[in-house]
Design a protein around this ligand. Sequence first.
Ligand SMILES: [Zn+2]
Length: 256
Amino acid sequence: MSLRSPFLTLLLLLLAGCSGPSAVAHRRPIRALLITGGCCHNYALQTFALTNAVARHARVEWTIVNEGGSGTRAEIPLYDQPNWARGYDVVVHNECFADTQSPDYIRRITRAHEAGVPAVAIHCAMHTYRATSIDEWRKFLGVTSRRHDHQSRYPVKKAAAGHPILKNMPDDWITPKDELYVIEKMWPGATPLATSVSEADGKTYPVAWVNGFGKARVFGTTFGHSDATFQDPVFLEMLSRGLLWAVGTESLADRR
Ligand SMILES: [Zn+2]
């Protein structure tokens, strides 16, 4: 798949012909907006892997926005539109702009979610807007993180084993080489789903969680740095189920 700025709408009806109970539950494709780009990661590969993984579970019409270049500071044109999230069932944040600080800009983003647009937040989304003084983005995510440990293969322990997002995750899953984000704080409303232990300080940190922000469901995971992680079927299954859970159609994953 090629990426074209600023907008590329991909009709990923790869599994068209949906029938049976899922067709009743969701007659039209899920409309998903993926916001990606910024520093430090292979967003073309990640976009390809994510959209293909989700397509195994549900019909999704993706709009992919890759704006702002590859630095750590950008204010992307998408958010200039006052109703930038209108019409989407879910927004996936996989962008990486740690040094963007403008409170007005950040509030334009979080307000849309607070009003009820569900979200998935991946890896560097948690360090995006790290430099700002306001907490709205951190409350939206459900966590505060400002740094990460070294890359390693991290064993993952379930903290909420029965949660549908973790269905099919092995109890002994070990990630591909990835970064462990240090979580300073979990905000009220956030619930850890899975944790890993730091090899640096021995502390346990959430690596996947769900959050309630205003009227929106939010799923977040701090893994997702490496190409290898985006080629790991367990990670991709967790992401896919996280997206469906955020939309409120998690049962679709088991009906295809
Ligand atoms: Zn990273």
